[in-house]
Design a protein around this ligand. Sequence first.
Ligand code: CU
Length: 156
Amino acid sequence: MSITLSKSRAIAIVIFALIATTGKAAFAADHTITALAVKFNPMFTYIEPGDTVNWESMDGHNIETIDTMVPEGFEKINSELGASVSVTFDKEGIIVYKCTPHWGARMGGLIIVGKPADAGAILDAYFASIESDRSNLPAKGLIKKARKDMESKGLL
Ligand SMILES: [Cu+2]
């Protein structure tokens, strides 16, 4: 009885220490995206701020964020071809990325961080930005699909 008590007490102290020292990070999750042929799976990844996304099976692929389709102040990602990528996303928002060599085949995806209150307006702005840079045309179908997916999840 006394052993059980001290054990649970010890566990409680450890949990408290984790929360106190690392805050959210203690519960940060890892997400894996796999490149398969010319698709990222999953195409849309929903994460919480502080979570990490790992891109794997990247042979022949890379990820590059699109300048007009990231939150303000976002640090551009442009990874090396064939390399696995690991990125921690700290701020809420929506990030659109592409595979540079396969962008013509619409290989890309979205990372949705948290539950941005203005998600609809963000997607509208990203969509509108395609008009000013036609190289982003493959994002059109991607954003349309993302909108439907986010609607189905109650995020829009
Ligand atoms: Cu690719």
